[in-house]
Design a protein around this ligand. Structure first.
Ligand SMILES: [Ca+2]
Ligand SMILES: [Ca+2]
Length: 243
């Protein structure tokens, strides 16, 4: 709606966006490595198992997991057939929904809380100019911290974080890469992982990161956008699961 104001506010953005979009062909090649990048960081725990889990499964997981909740809840038979599947579905709620969201900056009308409201179509956007460093004509780099922190009301065990790109302007305001940090009660980083975004044929937007083994005593999940298409990237949703 008022997002035309965003364009107005960022008269310089079209140039940057053009640079960003032209670079997306470059980042499309890097997106093919996204599954490997998502398998790289946190997976030190069990290389063989992680490789098998992550290879090509990152986006597939996002889809199947999204469907898993409803399917499992309908299917008592599933639980009967496979007790594990039943218990996973019962315990694997999106923990981000109950967290409190804060952001490094916000574009008016698109608050941090949009990042964990359960609606992928409603997004948080950072302020214009958050990611405006564009040294090589490629992606805009977020030199100043740009992102959202989701703080839980009690310590949680986190095994997976999913990021969904914005649906308003998926060709101009997507994050292209991000750092996902799990923080303890003193905001010390327990583990950190860098992800590259993918979304169907588009080389950006969504990402999923597995933390194996799942990390206990997590007080908050912080997602920092590292590079983006435009100067004020947005995220549709951040989800956090025990597994
Ligand atoms: Ca949302
Ligand atoms: Ca995009």
């Amino acid at each position: 709606m008022g997002f035309t104001a965003c364009s107005d506010d960022t008269d310089d953005a079209p140039g940057l966006d053009a640079g960003g979009s032209s670079s997306s062909s470059g980042s499309s090649s890097s997106s093919s490595s996204s599954s490997s990048s998502s398998s790289s960081s946190s997976s030190s725990g069990s290389p063989a198992g992680d490789g098998a889990t992550n290879d090509g499964a990152a986006t597939a997981d996002a889809g199947s997991d999204a469907a898993a909740g409803p399917d499992a809840s309908e299917g008592g038979t599933l639980a009967d057939a496979s007790p594990d599947a039943g218990s996973d579905a019962a315990t694997n709620a999106n923990l981000a929904r109950a967290a409190t969201a804060t952001a490094t900056s916000t574009f008016t009308g698109y608050p941090a809380a949009n990042a964990n409201d359960g609606d992928p179509a409603k997004s948080w956007y950072s302020a214009s100019g958050s990611c405006s460093t564009n040294p090589d004509g490629g992606a805009n780099l977020c030199v100043t911290p740009t992102g959202v922190t989701l703080r839980f009301t009690s310590l949680q065990t986190i095994g997976r974080v999913t990021i969904l790109g914005n649906q308003d302007y998926p060709t101009t305001y997507d994050a292209l890469s991000a750092r996902i940090e799990l923080l303890d009660a003193t905001d010390t980083i327990l583990v950190s992982a860098d992800v590259t975004m993918t979304r169907g044929v588009e080389p950006n937007g969504d990402a999923e990161q597995l933390f194996v083994p799942a990390r206990p005593n997590v007080s908050a999940v912080r997602v920092l956008v590292l590079s983006a298409e435009g100067s004020g990237p947005g995220l549709g949703e951040i989800e956090a699961y025990a597994n």
